[in-house]
Design a binder for this molecule. Structure first.
Ligand code: AMP
Length: 286
């Protein structure tokens, strides 16, 4: 496994790997857990070699967010990736990624609006900009992202389509289902911010969301169900609900009841120092 920090060696290593067959890219911010490793295992099924990027991208953090506190267990991450048969780990520096004078911003409107885009202004511009750069740097044939970050996946697919990205082509941007802890909580590097008590309370999120999905699929009123969901989260120990919304699963357009197209329930809520997000599929109306 090669670990590379500079762009020139990265480009030659990636093109060397592409000679053996398709190259997959799994972009991450490190602090790896089973969710990330599941993406790597899925990537291996789609490619001859897997490249993983580890970059805590300053552009996607707001002024009052956790950029400085974000965990960076580098050696542990590298050991985990070695164990998964990863060929290349790309660990650019912030100065290398955004040298003095860097002035370009990729802004994907529509799918970036609302949800996390409203709660975290500029976040998806930062995500789109860094992912576009990662694609151009590594030039992977396929890239894998977690469905846990559903809106992020929609933003990246939109960007790839709109900018005619060829590597990876939009159809080679693959979503991987959310990996969960035994009590249903979606795995996240930010779960490490929780105390033991908050960690136990956090399981309210997937439980209350599953209840809301079941109610909506039975035909319950959507705004009333979402209000019940928010109340359950606050009663369960969350301090604020940034949003709890039903959206068209693909366009992310707001909907007030499930129609013929798949819908998605998306929630962001705060507990302790963490802001947790999750989403679940809602079946189309019969
Ligand atoms: P992050 O390091 O948080 O930026 O995540 C890197 C990639 O891993 C993103 O595509 C995430 O959506 C994905 N990911 C994070 N947590 C999970 C999870 N619990 N299940 C599946 N994918 C995940």
């Amino acid at each position: 496994m090669q670990t590379i920090e500079g762009l020139d060696p990265l480009r030659s290593a990636a093109s060397q790997l592409r000679r053996d067959g398709p190259l997959a890219l799994v972009p991450t911010m490190g602090a790896l857990h089973e969710g990330h490793l599941t993406l790597v295992r899925a990537a291996r099924r789609h490619a001859a070699h897997v490249a993983v990027s580890i970059f805590v991208n300053p552009l996607q953090f707001g002024a009052n967010e956790d950029l400085a506190a974000y965990p960076r267990p580098r050696e542990r991450d590298l050991d985990l990736l070695r164990g998964e048969g990863v060929s290349l780990v790309w660990t650019p520096t912030a100065e290398g990624m955004y040298p003095a004078g860097f002035a370009t911003n990729i802004s994907v409107s529509g799918v970036s609006d609302g949800l996390c885009g409203a709660a975290r202004p500029g976040h998806f511009d930062g995500v789109a900009t860094v992912v576009c750069k990662l694609f151009n740097q590594v030039r992977p044939d396929v890239a894998l992202f977690g469905e846990k970050d559903w809106q992020q996946l929609a933003v990246i697919r939109r960007m790839a389509r709109d900018l005619d990205l060829v590597r990876p082509h939009v159809d080679r941007i693959l979503g991987v289902p959310t990996v969960r802890e035994a009590d249903g909580l979606a795995m996240s590097s930010r779960n490490a911010y929780l105390t033991a008590e908050q960690r136990a309370q956090a399981a309210t999120l997937p439980r209350a969301m599953a209840d809301a999905v079941a109610a909506i699929e039975r035909g319950a009123d959507v705004p009333a169900t979402l209000a019940t969901l928010s109340t359950a989260l606050i009663a369960g120990g969350f301090t604020a609900v940034d949003y709890a919304e039903l959206r068209d699963a693909d366009s992310l357009a707001a909907i007030d009841r499930p129609g013929a197209v798949p819908a998605r329930l998306l929630v962001a809520a705060r507990i302790g120092r963490a802001r947790l997000i999750d989403n679940l599929a809602v079946a189309p109306a019969p």
